[in-house]
Ligand binder design. Structure first.
Ligand SMILES: [Zn+2]
Length: 430
């Protein structure tokens, strides 16, 4: 039995991953098969609540030796690598619906929960569609055809609950999420900064933990949700260690999720000539304009593939990443990864690869008159030079030029940890 759920949270509270822990508690008579999954979907959909993350869990009869993946109210939570899935019943469905009724944040108009229970895993194409494109609920539901489903309000969360359940990892990472005691929800979080830095430096397989320049603790959410912190990494066993290093207020529960975070699954290899709004792409082009900072502190430059030109924007929250973009010059060849925005039409740069730097020269001196050994004088803008002594003329290009030393190197660049997309593959994972 797979249970998929999505869109139960709001910027004002709750978190769908917390609901996952409640589902684990509710179905404790069954074995959990595999880690609970936290699946991020297309970050460009206009109506997403927060990080556009859905969850999926599998229950049944486990086979082999279980592993510990968390703790809820002092009790160890275990899961089995494999097992035989249970058949979902009306009773299971009723119990799952009650949890959504009790915990989802219905007051927010953007919160439209969806829930499915199914014995069969939906086709993986439903995941790829939802992580890369804007999809409609009806055809998604028709293709998946789950045994039980319910949508609350406009039921848009059904798309996520189906897509998360449909995910077969091509690339995957883990996230350990620790939750706060209920009485502390909405109050300031207590996490010791030095201990987070220590964890970041000692557990090398984790990523997106701490921004040393902005002094920003990226593991800690800023919303009033039940999450205390979330730490991402490539090795599940290493995430068991982090909770002993990070010093914080007491966590009431913690769970290690399997996720598609940091996978670049949302990126479609594309071309500047065929950009579709609300998708994320990887495109190649030559810089055609000098980068400019516009109102709001955003940086804009243009790239072209020889046929078409498109604006690329590095938004203000990307902070120092903008100063990389600012060093680009016309002629540089780059690959841009980012979300395509409809209005204004632009690529919201998530990371970039500088393939080739243009050789740019600047004039350092007027031409020399070979007869008089004197520097010539400019006749006027773009009109060449003339020797003031003998009257000999020289064209513009006879001046002395020197190649500008570029302040940029070829290679990869990405925004600081605090302003990365959940799905964006951090360079640390390359
Ligand atoms: Zn002369």
């Amino acid at each position: 039995m797979y249970i998929g759920v999505d869109d139960t949270d709001s910027v004002k509270g709750m978190c769908t991953t917390y609901l996952a822990t409640e589902i684990i508690k509710e179905f404790s008579e069954l074995d959990l098969i595999g880690n609970p999954r936290l699946v991020r979907l297309n970050p460009n959909v206009p109506w997403k609540t927060r990080g556009n993350g859905a969850v999926s869990l599998r229950f049944g009869k486990g086979i082999g030796k279980p592993k510990i993946i968390g703790q809820i109210d002092g009790k160890d939570i275990k899961c089995y690598e494999t097992g035989i899935g249970a058949k979902p019943t009306t009773e299971h469905f009723k119990r799952a619906c009650q949890l959504v009724d009790k915990l989802a944040y219905f007051d927010d108009e953007k919160t439209n929960p969806g829930l499915i229970l199914t014995h069969e895993k939906p086709s993986q194409k439903l995941y790829w569609q939802a992580v890369r494109y804007v999809v409609e609920k009806k055809p998604h539901l028709k293709t998946a055809n789950p045994k039980f489903h319910k949508g609350w309000k406009n039921g848009r969360g059904l798309i996520g609950s189906i897509s998360a359940t449909a995910w077969r990892p091509r690339d995957s990472t883990y996230e350990i999420i620790a939750y706060r005691e209920e009485k502390k929800w909405g109050k300031p979080r207590k996490i010791d900064t030095a201990s987070v830095q220590k964890m970041d430096k000692s557990i090398k397989t984790t990523f997106n933990n701490y921004d040393y320049e902005e002094k920003h603790m990226a593991i800690m959410p800023s919303s009033p949700c039940p999450i205390l912190f979330g730490i991402r990494g490539d090795i599940e066993n290493d995430l068991h260690k982090v909770k002993d290093i990070v010093q914080s207020e007491k966590a009431a529960r913690w769970i290690i999720f399997l996720t598609n975070q940091g996978s670049d699954d949302h990126i479609i290899p594309g071309s500047i000539s065929s950009l579709e709004p609300f998708t994320s792409v990887k495109v190649w082009g030559t810089v055609t304009s000098s980068p400019k900072i516009i109102e709001g502190g955003h940086l804009i430059f243009q790239i072209s593939n020889g046929k078409k030109t498109v604006d690329c924007t590095i938004y203000e929250p990307a902070k120092k990443f903008r100063w990389i973009g600012e060093k680009l010059l016309p002629g540089d060849v780059i690959s841009v990864y980012g979300g395509v925005r409809e209005e204004p039409f632009t690529i919201n740069v998530e990371k970039l690869f500088v393939e080739k730097l243009a050789s740019v020269s600047e004039k350092v001196a007027n031409p020399m008159c070979n007869s008089c050994k004197k520097r010539m004088k400019s006749i006027g803008k773009n009109q060449g030079y003339r020797c003031a002594v003998c009257g000999k003329k020289a064209s513009e290009e006879k001046a002395e030029f020197s190649v500008i030393k570029r302040k940029l190197k070829t290679g990869w660049y990405e925004p600081p940890v605090g302003s990365r997309r959940h799905l964006a593959k951090p360079l640390k994972r390359n």
